[in-house]
Design a protein. Structure first.
Length: 429
């Protein structure tokens, strides 16, 4: 069953209702419902597309029953986008204008994803623009070669730098029997620091599961009602820095907080049902991943992370607390290589290099072990241009938040607004 707008769109698809129902471009709530149904319809074909849904269960059942084809979904998304864009923007309040603008971009991404599944070929940059509303920067090989040379001088030993880095980091692996204890402490501290600035519902909570055989290191599955299931992949060794990284990124003030705020502020308070569904391959993901990564720096500014890890996490993990500064000096240099994965993905997805060459690039310039490089290639094959959301998203969110002020209160206020307001990359200027 469709809303009156969906019925009109369906009629247009059938090419048989010249005098049938009209579509009101000013009725954003009805258009939002149609958008949710289109997203859910695409999710029937693409199990990765709908990352979270906490709207009416009957909508999903109806969509699964109707089984729209990819052709129909693409056409319907395009028609709906045109209808939303045709609304009377002069009557919109500023936040309503942002709502309309984001919905247009979300529908652009939905149509593009449907077209990709139909066989349309896009370049890496085209996919980034259509799905994530951004054009990623390019960095040539010399850019990474210079930064690798800096790290080469810092790490002792001879032989391939990626292997030396792997050997160095082996001193900082969290033992499996200490993982839960270390992560629990990291999560508790990330939550405490977040709650100092962002009030959350009394019932917000999540559980952590340890899983295997995944192309990612961690994943937040938001269930609705301020509840998340967070899964951490233990296929490869987990280094001590990942405790805070994942606790912040997947939890506080990352994905769990992002989804909780969208649900409370936009779905519950405003009734904007388009935020009851989260399509993974869409502009929302750049904000979600970028804020989750920058949220680490929000929660632990300056030297505060080193102090916490030295005093709490290193001892809990049974690691030498005297080596905290040394470890993070190395990590700071490897952070400068974070865009190397983008270039591997661009060249691989555009057909300029094969999988073996992509893995070697990740070894040489992202300094991954072969096992991690192969896991990253699996991620690239599955999620494609999505890789830009982590690094480019983080940089765009950082610039936006830091322009808002210099005090913690000013920056947290901007960060909270970003997480609870309709926003895409092109709105961050």
């Amino acid at each position: 069953m469709l809303s009156k707008h969906g019925a009109a769109l369906g009629c247009l698809l059938a090419m048989g209702c010249a005098s049938g129902p009209t579509i009101d471009p000013t009725d954003m709530n009805a258009l939002a419902e149609d958008y949710v149904r289109v997203v859910l319809a695409l999710g029937v074909h693409d199990p990765d597309f709908v990352d979270a849904y906490h709207g009416p269960a009957e909508w999903r059942k109806e969509v699964e029953r109707d089984e729209l084809s990819l052709d129909a979904i693409s056409i319907r998304a395009g028609l709906l986008r045109s209808t939303v864009a045709a609304g009377d923007r002069g009557r919109d309040t500023p936040i309503e204008a942002r709502r309309r603008s984001l919905l247009v971009k979300q529908l652009t991404a939905t149509q593009a994803r449907a077209d990709i599944l139909r066989g349309r070929t896009l370049t890496f940059d085209q996919e980034a623009r259509l799905l994530y509303d951004v054009l990623p920067p390019r960095n040539d090989e010399d850019y990474f070669r210079r930064r690798v040379a800096e790290l080469d001088r810092l790490l002792p030993g001879t032989g391939p730098l990626a292997e030396r880095l792997k050997e160095y980091r082996s001193d900082f692996v969290i033992d499996v029997d200490r993982l839960d204890m270390v992560f629990a402490a990291a999560i508790a501290e990330c939550r405490r620091r977040t709650l100092e600035y962002i009030p959350l519902p009394d019932n917000e909570r999540f559980v952590v599961e340890y899983v295997n055989d995944k192309p990612w290191s961690g994943y937040n599955w938001f269930q609705g009602n301020a509840y998340s299931l967070i899964q951490l992949n233990t296929d490869l060794p987990i280094y001590i820095d990942r405790a805070v990284d994942l606790a912040c990124h997947e939890g506080y003030p990352g994905h769990h907080v992002f989804n909780t705020l969208l649900e409370r502020e936009l779905v519950v308070e405003r009734g904007w049902m388009e935020f009851s569904v989260y399509p993974l391959f869409s502009p929302m993901s750049l904000i979600a991943e970028g804020s989750a990564n920058y949220g680490i720096h929000m929660a632990f500014p300056g030297e505060e992370r080193l102090d916490f890890e030295r005093d709490v996490l290193f001892p809990l993990a049974g690691l030498d607390r005297a080596r905290v500064e040394e470890y993070y000096a190395v990590e700071e240099l490897t952070e400068q290589l974070k865009y190397a994965g983008n270039e591997a993905a661009r060249s691989y997805l555009d057909g300029d290099i094969d999988g073996a060459a992509a893995v070697q690039w990740l070894i040489d310039y992202a300094l991954m072990s072969r096992e991690r490089a192969e896991q990253r290639l699996d991620f690239i094959e599955k999620y494609r241009a999505y890789v830009i959301n982590y690094n480019l998203g983080q940089d765009l969110v950082r610039q936006y938040v830091e322009r808002a002020g210099t005090t913690p209160a000013e920056r947290w206020a901007a960060f909270e607004a970003l997480l609870s307001t309709p926003t895409s990359a092109s709105m961050l200027d």
